[in-house]
Design a binder for this molecule. Structure first.
Ligand code: PRX
Length: 633
């Protein structure tokens, strides 16, 4: 947080005048005084086949329940209710492939695809509560597959297409999925990412998988195992896709508000990624309300969230949130710089995007190519901009605001997590902005910044960010490991949700997120655990021990610096250096590749053998090593 008095950026009067939320103070008061009443009012905007008996049940906290007794299905609210109205013929999704191919889906057409896909899943025996792993490129069939699962009550587990076969295998095993949905390949930077090949490798050791549904995208030859692997386009031709009553219809399974909707794996302190579990009811109310209020979506808007559906941002604000609001979303398959660095800006112009939501790393990456690229395009359709994933440095904020938003478009810097499901700390369009600060909690969200002993820190001081009251889109548990859920999030300060982030509050009450306090590194906004990368490193036959830290990186925010001790008999060499880096990419995925790898003969450890990454970090930055009294000799 810069020490000098900063000037706040005021929103443009036209944005304020049009904002969905005008009575923000009143809403904040309502939520503060009557949290349940506040969320109940939001929940009434959706269709429920049975109303709730209670809004919030905290009797088994931290296993909170929302909209207890209510029944619905998030897909009913995303699709079924819209196709009965004039929205039926409105575009739900506009998609552009990396090579420039375009596909569009009205709400009617999207619903039809989802119904057919859901019929196929049902015919394969997938039923309520079953887990389905989805591992795909950014193509329309990815959201269609997610919605098809949710529609029949199955629980989807989307694994980001940039993860390796090994990571995919671990997630299939942990979730005990029976079905995998994938594609032959995906286009990225003009090259084919061979997704089906990864699935084949992952499935060699995954006996639970009965069926693999494969979407044809890139067209190269792939192996199809008879009786296990099926092409989606062939299944779609079968009578089963048309459903029991024909006509491409499919009954939407009515779910309990608390029934699981999806699992999403994310990194934490240990090497094993954890499956964050979200549910139908509360997640629906939380994501739709935050999107409507923060990004101010209007009936006629075109919304573009650049996130991959393999991450929470894609789940909440590319797939579910916009459909719940009946909005038109844009989705793009490939790389932002393919074939040139104006690709994104050209599509904002071409499709008339009004609201654009991306990550600081992307802004910084595109900033490097200069203003001439965006300046070639008419970006005047933009009204609001957004940022997520890591703190946005004021320099990138200002560039985004000036060059992309032409100083007309406020930037919504949204702080949240896979676990929170929805925006937690964020401005709203009517608010003053402070470049680099996510400003204030969303109505109903109460946060604090605490020291080690649980005492709130003074203004300007750094401390642990905690959340004090439950919220509807909160994670319900870690799938299969409720103890870890309690231990990880609710035990440092009993009764408070521990975010794992450190933060400061300034004299305006604005919150400044500093970064993770645990062993999580954010590389280009992607969340990786040091332990995951370390275990990938030591699985190389030449590596005896490894330690990983995050180092500041101009574009990526943070990058991985790995330190390795070789096994006896091994000697450092350039070849080995490259081979170990390649090995990590193979084990975890290209996103986890260390930026730097240093051979060492010793690692700083406590006497009990724990690696002191803090000391490594200080050394890497040339800073004092701090308290090293526990360092072994
Ligand atoms: O450290 C915070 C950072 O990203 C973490 C959550 O990562 P993940 O679960 O992958 O979700 C990312 C997308 C919601 C947080 O603990 N983070 C996220 N948004 C911001 C942020 N840090 C600062 N400012 C943000 N706007």
């Amino acid at each position: 947080m810069p020490a000098e008095k900063r000037e706040l950026v005021h929103p443009s009067p036209s944005v304020v005048a049009a904002a969905n939320v005008q009575n923000l103070d009143e809403l904040r008061r309502h939520a503060a005084n009557d949290l349940e009443g506040f969320w109940a009012e939001r929940a009434r905007e959706f269709e429920w086949s049975q109303p709730w008996d209670r809004v919030l049940d905290a009797s088994k906290a931290p296993f909170f329940k929302w909209f207890v007794g209510a029944r619905t299905n998030i897909v009913h609210n995303c699709l079924d209710r819209h196709v009965r109205t004039a929205r039926r013929n409105k575009l739900a999704l506009i998609w552009e492939g990396e090579k420039g191919d375009v596909r569009t889906f009205s709400y009617h057409a999207l619903n039809r695809e989802v119904c057919m896909f859901a019929n196929i899943l049902r015919s394969m025996g997938v039923k309520k509560g079953d887990r389905v792993t989805i591992y795909m490129g950014r193509i329309p069939e990815l959201p269609i597959a997610m919605l098809a699962c949710a529609k029949i009550g199955a629980v989807h587990s989307v694994v980001f297409g940039g993860f390796s076969a090994e990571a995919l295998h671990g997630r299939i095993e942990d979730s005990q999925s029976n079905v995998v949905i994938t594609c032959d390949g995906g286009w990225m930077n003009g090259k084919i990412v061979e997704l089906k090949k990864m699935v084949d490798e992952a499935l060699k050791r995954s006996p639970t998988i009965e069926h693999v549904i494969v979407v044809k995208r890139t067209g190269q030859e792939v192996q199809m195992e008879a009786g296990r692997d099926y092409w989606l386009h062939e299944l779609m031709q079968l009578p089963i896709a048309r459903g029991q009553s024909g006509g491409n219809r499919c009954e939407t399974e009515q779910m309990d508000a608390e029934d699981p909707l999806f699992l999403l794996y994310t990194s934490g302190t240990t090497g094993k990624p954890k499956a964050i579990l979200h549910t139908h009811g509360g997640y629906m109310v939380g994501t739709a309300t935050t999107l409507k209020w923060v990004f101010d979506l209007k009936e006629e808007d075109r919304w573009w969230c650049t996130a991959d559906p393999g991450w929470i941002t894609g789940h909440s604000y590319l797939v579910y949130g916009p459909l719940l609001l009946g909005a038109t979303s844009f989705m793009y398959e490939g790389a932002p710089t393919y074939p040139y660095p104006n690709r994104w800006w050209s599509m904002i112009e071409k499709y008339g995007i009004n609201v654009f939501y991306t990550a600081p790393t992307a802004i910084r990456g595109l900033m490097r190519f200069g203003e001439a690229w965006p300046n070639r395009h008419d970006l005047s359709g933009l009204r609001l901009l957004g940022s997520v994933g890591e703190p946005i440095n004021p320099e990138a904020w200002r560039w985004y605001h000036r060059v992309i938003g032409k100083e007309r478009c406020p930037i919504m810097d949204t702080w949240w997590q896979t676990e929170t499901g929805m925006f937690m700390i964020t401005p709203l369009p009517v608010m003053d902005l402070d470049p680099g600060s996510a400003t204030l909690p969303f109505p109903g969200v109460e946060v604090d910044i605490l020291d080690e002993h649980g005492t709130p820190v003074a203004t300007g001081e750094e401390g642990y960010l905690v959340i004090k009251r439950p919220w509807p889109a909160m994670l319900r548990t870690i799938y299969g490991d409720p103890d870890r859920y309690v231990q990880q999030y609710w035990s440092k300060y009993p009764g408070l949700y521990f975010t794992g982030d450190s933060a400061r509050r300034d004299e305006n009450g604005h919150l400044w997120i500093i970064g993770r306090v645990d062993d999580v590194i954010k590389v280009s906004g992607y969340r990786l655990g040091t332990a995951e990368v370390e275990s990938a490193l030591v699985s190389h036959p030449a590596v005896a021990e490894a330690a990983v830290i995050g180092i500041a990186h101009e574009v990526k925010g943070q990058a991985i610096h790995a330190y390795i001790i070789l096994r006896s008999g091994q000697t450092p060499s350039e070849e080995l250096h490259d081979a170990v880096i390649k090995h990590v990419a193979h084990e975890l995925g290209p996103i986890a590749k260390p930026e730097k790898l240093t051979f060492v003969t010793q690692l700083p450890k406590t006497r009990s053998g724990k690696i002191m990454r803090r000391v490594l970090k200080a050394r890497a930055q040339g800073l004092p090593e701090g308290d090293i009294s526990t360092l072994e000799e």
